[in-house]
Design a protein around this ligand. Sequence first.
Ligand SMILES: [Zn+2]
Length: 109
Amino acid sequence: MWSNDIWHLDHLLPQDGGKPVNEKRYPELVNDPMNHVLACKPCNCIKSGWDPNYTETGATRRIYERGDKLTVEVRSKLIERVRMHIQPEIAVKRATLQRVAELLKKYHV
Ligand SMILES: [Zn+2]
């Protein structure tokens, strides 16, 4: 919904993208600050339209039901699910950066 080169302000429960494809989701949360999260660009690009109410296989594991008020407690649980979801890819990116840093050090670039 908003971004610059470093930070993205995004919807925790996505508005579109991800699964199910092309379904406009959580329209009631489009302007709800509780559904807005500040994330660094890499984290947000990995998360993309992924919905923390679903598993990787698309099976539902809802902790937020459409129309509910998004509470601090539910928001925290959703953020934790997103962290778990993006962690493996973050680890890969971190390892790549580490290798690049070692090469830069080795060649004094
Ligand atoms: Zn990040």
